[in-house]
Design a protein around this ligand. Structure first.
Ligand code: HEC
Ligand code: HEC
Ligand code: HEC
Ligand code: HEC
Ligand code: HEC
Length: 396
């Protein structure tokens, strides 16, 4: 009866997230560690493991800021909205007018939403049972249905994975194409169509994606190499050898990843420098989240002394309902957006002072531009750190 109803809802386009409780045996990564030690350790270092209110300062302060500025909604309601992609195994997926009324007078301490947001099952963010417990991905749904609203879950205890012949004494297994031949489909469940409170789509990795033959996992989990999927020894005393990938999901927060992420070419004009940035990746850079930034800095020197510094910031800027500079999640419009599209290049021109003999050029990346860092008062040095893409020195 339940699945019959589910079918009707899907065909009517009213499909909403259906919660399937994750049993205690599977709910967090500590339950997997005994047999998947290397994978759990890699994942613990990843930002998927930090996608939670308590673990990511930027995420936390964005939620607090939205709740402060948008007085129609309580903090819990915003947290639950964001959980759609950041904590999709949460057991409460919406709040109603009654919840909002109780929250407004501070009587929501024991509400179902508060309890769900505190449960240890979700405090790991995007953990094993987010990706490996998906049964189907519904690409027939509208663009804006993402995260938990785009998937149906497996029954608890069945793990979907890349292999057709795996056997585990702890859980059932089922192979899926989105774990093997078509992994981009899995990544696009969340890495697409990120929207503000007012429905303004400020970034969309799926629509900007231009295939160069590589999948997201080829670059962000690395190539498949020989290893073990499970460390558990089989009846012959050895673990099964398999082709596996790394679960570190390394990306924009890791400085080493930025080295040579863009090509940089410099030409001398009359009183200018023409700097061409080329992007060999299949998505724009910057991309991913709304206030990322590429910085081009040129330090001109003469007689061994710096005579002039020129800098250019390539980033996106947003306006609120009240026409004020704001953060992506409160934007009603994007007023400027500078990034290098996938598999393309762009040229930027910097003035060159007369008499300069040489120039040092540094192209770098920052996770958060000045404007948003100040609005949110972000403290951790990671948000302002300049991660070097390329350094060049040129005689003029
Ligand atoms: C008692 C040991 C054990 C525990 C605990 C365990 N697994 Fe496994 N798992 C295995 C074995 C054995 C395999 C098969 C490995 C092989 O065939 O190479 C496996 C396979 C898998 C696969 C691949 C399935 C496929 O079809 O490709 C996934 C995904 C997986 N486990 C996820 C998990 C998750 C998530 C947890 C924690 C909730 C977990 N496992 C806990 C032993 C375990
Ligand atoms: C359930 C939603 C979801 C799915 C599915 C998902 N991601 Fe993510 N991903 C996120 C969120 C949310 C973050 C941001 C976490 C943070 O910074 O707090 C993120 C961050 C990342 C990052 C940035 C890491 C960094 O260091 O900057 C990379 C790379 C990434 N994901 C790759 C992938 C790939 C590849 C896939 C597909 C195999 C995938 N993701 C599937 C939601 C998801
Ligand atoms: C963001 C999604 C995502 C998360 C989170 C995730 N995995 Fe995976 N996992 C994948 C993908 C994609 C593959 C297929 C990689 C490939 O092509 O071999 C995979 C493969 C595996 C495999 C088979 C070995 C391999 O490398 O192919 C095992 C076992 C596994 N994962 C266990 C886990 C465990 C345990 C956790 C939690 C610590 C976890 N995964 C978290 C996406 C994820
Ligand atoms: C050919 C390799 C390649 C492929 C394929 C690829 N990326 Fe990237 N991606 C990069 C590089 C290089 C960077 C910049 C350095 C870094 O963050 O790793 C990057 C950056 C990112 C970032 C941070 C962006 C920013 O500006 O802050 C995210 C998120 C991301 N990728 C997700 C994805 C997803 C999701 C897919 C699949 C739809 C994907 N990538 C496919 C190479 C790739
Ligand atoms: C459609 C899925 C989706 C929803 C819904 C969503 N996010 Fe995200 N969010 C992502 C993905 C994917 C990333 C990773 C992008 C990257 O690393 O560049 C991310 C990254 C972020 C980051 C950057 C974190 C970092 O460490 O750099 C912040 C801040 C953020 N989200 C805030 C929010 C807030 C606040 C909400 C709710 C109002 C929300 N998100 C709802 C998908 C989503």
């Amino acid at each position: 009866m339940r699945s019959f109803l589910g079918l009707i809802l899907i065909s009517m386009g009213l499909f909403g997230a259906e919660v399937v409780q994750v049993g205690d045996k599977f709910k967090d990564s500590t339950k997997c560690k005994a047999c998947h030690t290397p994978i759990v350790k890699q994942w613990e270092q990843s930002w998927h493991a930090k996608s939670h209110y308590d673990s990511d300062e930027y995420f936390q302060k964005t939620i607090d800021y939205v709740a402060r500025k948008d007085n129609r909604k309580s903090l819990n309601t915003i947290k639950i909205e964001c959980a759609t992609c950041h904590n999709p195994r949460i057991s409460v997926t919406s709040t109603n007018a009654e919840d909002e009324a109780l929250a407004s007078v501070g009587l929501d301490k024991n509400s179902a939403a508060t309890k769900a947001l505190k449960s240890d099952g979700i405090s790991e963010g995007i953990n094993c049972v987010v990706c490996h417990n998906i049964d189907q991905i519904h690409d027939e749904l509208p663009e804006n249905k993402r995260g938990m609203n785009r998937v149906t879950w497996m029954k608890s205890g069945t793990m979907t994975g890349p292999y057709g012949d795996a056997k585990s004494p702890y859980h059932k297994v089922e192979p899926r194409d989105f774990m093997d031949k078509n992994p981009n489909q899995l990544c696009f469940v969340c890495h697409a169509n990120d929207k503000s409170e007012d429905g303004h789509s400020f970034v969309n990795m799926q629509s900007e994606f231009k295939s160069n033959g590589k999948q997201c996992v080829d670059c962000h989990m690395g190539a498949r190499t020989q290893g073990v999927a499970a460390t558990l020894r089989l009846s012959n005393g050895q673990a099964h050898t398999r082709m596996v990938r790394n679960h570190g999901f390394t990306g924009g927060h890791i400085e080493a990843m930025w080295q040579d992420a863009l090509g940089v070419d410099v030409k001398k004009g009359k009183q200018t420098l023409e700097i061409t940035l080329s992007n060999p990746q299949p998505h724009a850079i910057p991309s991913g989240f709304g206030s990322r930034e590429i910085l081009i800095e040129a330090q001109y020197a003469s007689g061994g002394k710096v005579v002039k510094i020129e800098a250019l910031s390539l980033t996106s800027k947003y306006l609120s309902k009240r026409d004020k500079p704001t953060i992506p999640h409160l934007a009603v419009k994007t007023i400027s957006s500078v990034s290098i599209p996938a598999l393309s290049s762009k040229t930027f021109v910097l003035p060159m002072p007369t008499g300069a003999e040489s120039v040092n050029i540094v192209v770098s990346y920052r996770l958060v531009n000045d404007e948003v860092r100040e609005l949110l008062d972000l403290k951790d040095p990671i948000w302002s750190k300049k991660m070097v893409i390329k350094k060049l020195n040129l005689k003029l």
